[in-house]
Design a protein around this ligand. Structure first.
Ligand code: TXA
Ligand code: MG
Length: 317
């Protein structure tokens, strides 16, 4: 596995690898992805193999140009166009009716496909130079934490991936928001980097939380994004004992009691900063071999909803 600086030459090298059917790790503005040519079934199958991901969990297809949408989806509902205009390129994934040429392995044989245009120059160039949309899940093993740096990827993979394009720490640190428009209603399939409130403001309509287990977003298992440690959600440190073996993730100020490792998501209570730190802290605690992590609850407003969603999933609650 080679970690490459994102020079033109290296991005072109990775695009060539994608064209040849290899799987390449690359940065996006949310988390790193593990990408393959969407139309190459063998390469997409390789992603599932490398990640140990169940085949019933479909992938997001990444595009660099709106014209690529036409080769993936049957039609773009006008309501969806509003979201595209407002949020692309950006951390918003839109689920639409797919065209037949999108391989079933990408969509787990659903009749829809999830698409997004990432707001990251390296990702956009990689897609453009590959001359194909790129199917890519987050570059972590199934059920493990998503990577927000190239180093995080090296903690979970060895030579299964030939190249990682290193774009530094990702901007948002939580995955994209997933929206589906169906029978004239908007559904939130996954909380993410763009808050439900922002979307409702753009469409001047309500977004409905999709709670159905039967799975519109099959990847939404309870225990997902999980660190190897046991995660316990608390209000603050007032009701727990000092624990010199445990890790502690505070929201905006350090706890009074002592722990093996303490991290603060954002001293200035900035949710964007908090989101971008969360997975990185989990990775750092894992590195230290910490087996128990206390995480403070935060308000589920705006981006806080996606952050709490990831914390709850890490805790398996
Ligand atoms: O920010 C992100 O979205 C990152 C970066 C790499 O783009 N990608 C990512 O992919 O988080 P992944 O594979 O970890 O999560 C994809 C989610 C899964 O929960 C899956 O169920 C859902 O997208 N999904 C994919 N296709 C779908 C479809 N046709 N209908 C509903 N949900 C779908
Ligand atoms: Mg993932």
């Amino acid at each position: 596995m080679r970690i490459l600086k994102p020079t033109e030459k290296n991005i072109k090298l990775c695009a060539k690898a994608i064209k040849k059917g290899e799987v390449v790790a690359f940065p996006t503005e949310t988390v790193y992805g593990l990408g393959a040519d969407v139309f190459n079934k063998e390469s997409v199958a390789k992603i599932f193999e490398i990640k140990k991901r169940p085949k019933f969990d479909p992938l997001i297809v990444h595009i660099s140009d709106r014209s690529q949408l036409k080769i993936l989806v049957k039609k773009i509902p006008s309501k969806i166009k509003i979201l595209i205009d407002k949020f692309w390129p950006g951390p918003l994934t839109l689920v639409m009716e797919k065209k037949k040429n999108v391989p079933d392995i990408v969509t787990s044989a659903l009749n829809t496909v999830a698409v997004r245009m990432p707001n990251n120059e390296i990702a956009l160039k990689l897609i453009k130079y590959s001359k194909t949309p790129i199917a890519a899940p987050s570059a972590n093993k199934f059920t493990r934490i998503s990577p927000t740096t190239a180093f995080h990827i090296t903690r979970q993979f060895e030579n299964e991936i030939p190249f990682i394009l290193d774009g530094g720490k990702t901007d948002f640190g939580v995955e994209s928001t997933i929206i589906k428009y169906e029978k004239k209603r908007f559904y939130l399939l996954r909380k993410g980097a763009i808050s439900k409130e922002e979307i409702e403001k753009a469409i001047k309509d309500k977004v409905i939380d999709k709670k159905s287990k039967k799975i519109d977003a099959p990847g939404q298992f309870k225990k997902h994004y999980a660190p190897l440690a046991k995660v316990i959600i608390i209000k603050d440190d007032s009701n727990i004992k000092e624990d010199l073996k445990a890790g502690y993730i505070a929201f905006c100020k350090k706890p009074k009691k002592k722990f093996k490792m303490v991290k603060v998501l954002s001293f200035k209570k900035d949710l964007k900063e908090a989101a971008s730190n969360l997975f990185d802290f989990f990775h750092q605690f894992e590195e230290k071999g910490i087996k128990k992590i206390y995480v403070e609850k935060i308000s589920e407003k705006g981006l806080g909803a996606a952050i709490m969603d990831r914390i709850k999933k890490a805790a398996g609650v």
